[in-house]
Design a protein around this ligand. Structure first.
Ligand SMILES: Cc1cc2nc3c(=O)[nH]c(=O)nc-3n(C[C@H](O)[C@H](O)[C@H](O)COP(=O)(O)OP(=O)(O)OC[C@H]3O[C@@H](n4cnc5c(N)ncnc54)[C@H](O)[C@@H]3O)c2cc1C
Length: 463
């Protein structure tokens, strides 16, 4: 945007949201130029609306002037989907952070899009309720951002991902029109499911301002089981056997040796540092239920290659095992290099042993330090590539791993992103994962909602 136009736009934005909610200071704009990926681009201006009407006015202005708009929640995207590649206006949604209504009897709540995920969790707990999607970034990610990326998390193996828990949405379209899609009922078969279309749309179709979210009562009892393996392939193979044994875990997580080492060196959790551990939750509606099942699960694990299996219902011990998984990604920064590229490929569960084995082969071939963690119960795992982004030769080797890992996912009938979304980081592979016909249909949908292409240019198909 040239200076004259920017000055005029800034004045109009100030009139909409108030001077204090428009940011033009380059030092502050810099904070909005990046997310948790390695991508970066400066915006021209940041605006912080406080209500839906203000979002609507901002979008009318942007559409009229054909200015790129980049909605932003917590900025925790790992796929570069919140970087303002088009410059233009970043719409920071974090002032819209009200929990509007909680209806325990109906099992839903209504929240504004800027509510921090963990704040909602804490509020719902007061009613004995929970909202199942649980990204490990919960303390910073917003409800709007998690909907826009169809976020998953540790509980996904039993409860699915965000798309399964969003009943309705208020959305501001690029024209500034405000629409309500979805329902407040627990099911509907009424026409095209437009609500679902916005889930995972990565801010390319409009700005989510409110959401109706489905809830559940918190399970009464839980035990946590650790299976210890001296082979990553055995651990991956055990996953499908757990389901085949008739067990539906509340979470089923994988942590490999390098990740265990990193976590031990940071949090001193006393993890065994074997080739792999599985962390598994059993939940029940009575205290006895999971305790009864735990010895059976231990047996299943041992029959399927675990060298040791043990369970605990002690809250402190359970929390240690939870942290072993939830803090694994930041722990990797302690392995001596400043950059971590997080993959999030997902494969059919049956292909897990092959996929995990091949990923080790790929990183060994290119000499890249890696740890693997994952929501392995739903076939989703995160190879964490540790490197130094200031070393061009190492970056080149990491990018080769990145290519080969994502191509492997496609080859095995999987997907290149199980939960972090496409953004920029996965754009190239996204175009390979889907047929040209499917991509053209997606582009057609984009044109219907956003004919001037102002919403989040630069992500999904990279334009
Ligand atoms: C330490 C760490 C752990 C993580 N763990 C997980 C995990 O377990 N599971 C998982 O799925 N992800 C995880 N992530 C990735 C990230 O947290 C998720 O993608 C999260 O959903 C992003 O939420 P956010 O509010 O930060 O969105 P942002 O990063 O701000 O934005 C993400 C995308 O959503 C769009 N967007 C944001 N708000 C809106 C809105 N109101 N309307 C329309 N579009 C909007 C943006 O334009 C962008 O395209 C992790 C990230 C980190 C750093």
């Amino acid at each position: 945007m040239n200076t004259e136009k920017l000055d005029q736009v800034v004045e109009e934005l100030k009139a909409i949201v108030g001077e204090e909610n428009v940011i033009t200071d380059p030092a502050l704009l810099y904070c909005y130029s990046a997310d948790a990926s390695i991508n970066q681009h400066m915006p021209d201006v940041v605006v912080r609306p406080g209500k839906t009407e203000e979002v609507s006015e901002v979008l009318k202005l942007a559409n009229r002037e054909r200015i790129p708009v980049h909605p932003r929640g917590g900025g925790t995207s790992l796929s570069g989907s919140v970087v303002p590649y088009g410059g233009g206006i970043v719409v920071d949604m974090t002032r819209m952070n009200k929990i509007i209504d909680i209806r325990p009897a109906d099992l839903w709540c209504i929240v504004e899009a800027g509510v921090i995920h963990a704040d909602l969790e804490r509020e719902l707990a007061k009613y004995g309720l929970f909202y199942p999607p649980d990204p490990a970034s919960s303390e910073s990610a917003t409800i709007g951002g998690t909907i826009a990326t169809n976020a998953g998390g540790l509980r996904g193996v039993k409860y699915g991902t965000t798309r399964d828990w969003v009943l309705g949405l208020e959305v501001v379209l690029p024209t500034g029109d405000v629409i309500n899609v979805g329902t407040k009922t627990l099911k509907t078969s009424s026409g095209y499911q437009l609500c679902r279309l916005f889930v995972g749309s990565e801010g390319t179709l409009g700005i989510i301002t409110k959401a109706v979210l489905k809830l559940l009562p918190i399970p009464k009892a839980r035990v946590r089981v650790m299976g210890v393996f001296d082979s990553v392939v055995d651990a991956a193979r055990a996953v499908s056997q757990i389901f085949m044994a008739g067990i539906t875990p509340g979470l089923l997580e994988f942590v490999d040796k390098n990740a265990q080492k990193a976590i031990n060196s940071w949090l001193n959790l006393g993890l065994p540092e074997t080739e792999a551990i599985l962390i598994i939750d059993l939940e029940g509606s009575t205290e006895e239920e999971p305790l009864k099942l735990a010895p059976y699960l231990e047996r299943v694990l041992k029959e399927n290659g675990a060298i040791e299996a043990r369970y605990t219902s002690d809250p402190e011990e359970m929390n240690k095992l939870y942290l072993a998984r939830a803090k694994a990604y930041p722990a990797m920064f302690r392995l001596g290099k400043p950059t971590v590229l997080v993959e999030d490929i997902t494969v059919p569960v049956e292909k897990l042993p092959e996929a995990v084995k091949k990923v080790y082969e790929i990183t060994e071939k290119h000499g890249i330090l890696m740890g693997i963690i994952g929501h392995i119960g739903d076939g989703n795992f995160h190879p964490l590539l540790v490197y130094d982004e200031r070393d061009p030769e190492e970056v080149e080797r990491v990018m080769k791993c990145h290519d080969e890992i994502n191509e492997l996912a496609i080859k095995l009938g999987g997907t290149v992103t199980g939960e972090h979304a496409v953004g920029k980081v996965k754009a190239k592979y996204f175009l390979k994962e889907h047929s040209p016909e499917e991509i053209e249909l997606m582009r057609g949908i984009k044109r219907v909602f956003d004919p001037n292409g102002i919403m989040n240019p630069g992500i999904l198909w990279g334009e």
